[in-house]
Structure formats: structure tokens, C-alpha cells
Design a protein around this ligand. Structure first.
Ligand code: DOR
Ligand code: ZN
Length: 347
């Protein structure tokens, strides 16, 4: 019989969208409830492209923390074809910018300023390799003739392998991997290549989005894949392999932006992220592997200390509201109107 309680070092979220402005009170509170640190995505409008932007954004995030919270936002820069090597060094020197995010232009939400031609960012990538700053990759090609379900796999051979060959010391996180192929690729690489895995990709396959009616709140990018892919992700996450760690990719969009003719990509798991991961690990009979995945391996990869504080998960059904207040609008969270099976006790 699996345990009904689990105490682990306070986890971190290595891939999170906090948004900006009024949205921060929701997203930062939800993250700070459980996570000690989070890698904060830079795809704001306009994007966070300079060290100065990142510091200003960090300040806004810190101001949105609940009183007494020691939640630590770890900032990122948004890579463009104009990112100068000097900007990378300035970002590193702030001490608060921990990584740089690559969005192929057109791949996802607010990626228009992203990279069209990877050949044009080699100088910036060299500066990152020198600075020891990891590149966080949204790994999908955007070619019109590549099927959306094949875009991650096409990125591996077509873009990622050549990029890694051109930059043999650059550290890379293949973000939110969604396919068996991506898991196999990461496993085939040396320790400088790691991957994050979301809770929703561990819990859902594309049938859960498309069978019996389209469910826009389960639409995200990279899009949910086949059951065999979900199983490969679950196997990787629960394997104890330190190259796979927690990155929720919790990405809120107001209800109206999801339930419309051209709905935005993004799933909001921020209200229950750790609990959802616990469900997935429990399904796999691997709760004992959750701490490595959620609390140790990401910190180790980023060269940051493991957390000293601890949190306790207790098996207890918790209802999820049908919607949450979000910057004057409504946000439909993952499992809206249903339950999650765990509760975080001491955070
Ligand atoms: O589903 C997603 N939502 N995937 C991304 O890559 C971006 C994110 C967002 O910012 O909404
Ligand atoms: Zn993301």
C-alpha cells in the first residue's frame, strides 16, 4: 500500500509562466505556496530581452509575493537574433538571470520576436557557454508542412542535434518534453543536456483533449501526444535519472482567450502543481522518486543549493474551483470542478 504522506525537500519549478501586472498576485501566490524557487519564463509582451528588463520584472515579482514569503524568482532572457554577447554577460553579472530561453519564432504564445534562423544566434550561444548559462529550448519546428504532432521530433534531428554539435560546452534544457523520441534523445546525451516535464503531460494524452468534445483548457504547446509518449515521460520522470526534472509550464490565459475561435495554448496547473505530480508518481508506484525529480535534480543542474526546508504532501481529496480570479477576469484551472488527490500540508 502506497504511503499516505510524503515529506520532501521544498521543490522548485524549473519552468513557469508568471505573466505580469495584475496577474502576478495569482501566479506568484500559487507558486510561492509550495515552491522555493522558479525559473520565470520571459515571454511577456514585450519580451524580456535585456538584463535591465529582467531585473525590473524580478522586482515586480518580488513585490507580488505574499508577506513573509521567501519565494525566489530566477529570471531568464528571451533570445532574439539581436541578443548581443555583452547582454548575456550583463545578465550573468546581475546574479539573478539564470538562463536564456529559445523560442523558435511562431512556435507558441508570444514567440514572434523569437529566432527564425538558429545560425544567427551562435555568438550569443558562445557567450552563454562561456558564462555557464544554460539555454532553455522550446523544441518544436514551425515549418508549415510539418504536422503539429511531429514538430518536437523534427526539431531533435533538424535543429537540436546540430546546435549541440556547434556548441559542445553549452548546457541545454530541452523544455517540456512530450514524446518518447525526446526522452530517448535526452538519455542518449551527456549530462549537459537535461529536460523538464510538465504535470499535464504526465497525466494526459491527446485523447483527453479531443475525444468526446474538444477541451480547450487542455490545449497547450507542445500539444499533448499519444499514450505511448505519456508513458515514456512517466517512465523518465520516475526513473531517478537526474536529467529529468520538474518544470510545470503552468501558463494561465483568461477564460475568454481559451474558449473562443482561436484559443491560446496553455494549461494552468499552478494552483496544484506539486499535488498533480504526486498523482502521476503515485500512479506509477514511484512516490519515493518524487523528491529527486521535484527537489534535487533541477537545483543540481543549475548549480544551486538543494533546499533545506521541507514540505509534506498528504493524501486527501481537495476540490478545485470551477474558476479562479485572475487579473479582473476568470481563469479555468486544471481539474476545474473536480478534485486533486493530495494536499500540501506544511509549506
Ligand atoms: O502551452 C503553452 N503556453 N506553451 C508555451 O510554450 C507557452 C505557454 C504560454 O506562455 O502560454
Ligand atoms: Zn512554457
Amino acid at each position: 500500500m502506497a504511503a499516505d504522506a510524503l515529506t520532501l525537500a521544498r521543490p522548485d519549478d524549473w519552468h513557469l509562466h508568471l505573466r505580469d501586472g495584475e496577474a502576478l498576485s495569482r501566479t506568484v501566490r500559487d507558486a510561492a505556496r509550495v515552491f522555493g524557487r522558479a525559473i520565470v519564463m520571459p515571454n511577456l509582451v514585450p519580451p524580456v530581452t535585456t538584463a535591465a528588463d529582467a531585473l525590473a520584472y524580478r522586482k515586480r515579482v518580488l513585490e507580488a509575493r505574499p508577506s513573509g514569503s521567501s519565494f525566489e524568482p530566477l529570471m531568464t532572457l528571451y533570445l532574439t537574433e539581436r541578443t548581443a554577447p555583452d547582454e548575456i554577460r550583463r545578465a550573468r553579472d546581475t546574479g539573478h538571470v539564470k538562463a536564456v530561453k529559445l523560442y523558435p519564432a511562431g512556435a507558441t504564445t508570444n514567440s514572434d520576436a523569437g529566432v527564425r534562423d538558429l545560425g544567427r544566434v551562435d555568438d550569443a550561444l558562445d557567450a552563454m557557454a562561456d558564462a555557464g548559462m544554460p539555454l532553455l529550448v522550446h523544441g518544436e519546428v514551425t515549418d508549415h508542412d510539418v504536422d503539429i504532432f511531429d514538430r518536437e521530433e523534427a526539431f531533435i534531428e533538424g535543429r537540436l542535434r546540430p546546435l549541440l554539435a556547434r556548441h559542445p560546452t553549452l548546457r541545454v534544457v530541452f523544455e517540456h518534453v512530450t514524446t518518447r523520441a525526446a526522452v530517448a534523445f535526452v538519455r542518449s546525451q551527456p549530462a549537459r543536456v537535461a529536460a523538464t516535464i510538465t504535470a499535464h503531460h504526465l497525466l494526459l494524452n491527446r485523447n483527453d483533449m479531443l475525444v468526446g468534445g474538444v477541451r480547450p483548457h487542455r490545449y497547450c504547446l507542445p500539444v499533448l501526444k499519444r499514450e505511448e509518449d505519456r508513458r515514456a515521460l512517466l517512465e523518465a520522470a520516475t526513473s531517478g535519472d537526474a536529467r529529468f526534472f520538474l518544470g510545470s509550464d503552468s501558463a494561465p490565459h483568461a477564460r475568454d482567450r481559451k474558449e473562443c475561435a482561436s484559443g491560446c495554448a496553455g494549461v494552468y496547473t499552478g494552483h496544484a502543481a506539486l499535488e498533480l505530480y504526486a498523482e502521476a508518481f503515485d500512479q506509477a508506484g514511484a512516490l519515493d522518486r518524487l523528491e529527486g525529480f521535484a527537489s534535487h535534480f533541477g537545483a543540481d543542474f543549475y548549480g544551486l543549493p538543494r533546499a533545506q526546508a521541507r514540505v509534506t504532501l498528504r493524501r486527501a481529496e481537495r476540490p478545485v474551483p470551477t474558476e479562479l480570479p485572475f487579473a479582473g477576469e476568470a481563469l479555468v484551472p486544471f481539474r476545474a470542478g473536480e478534485t486533486v488527490a493530495w494536499r500540501v500540508e506544511s509549506a
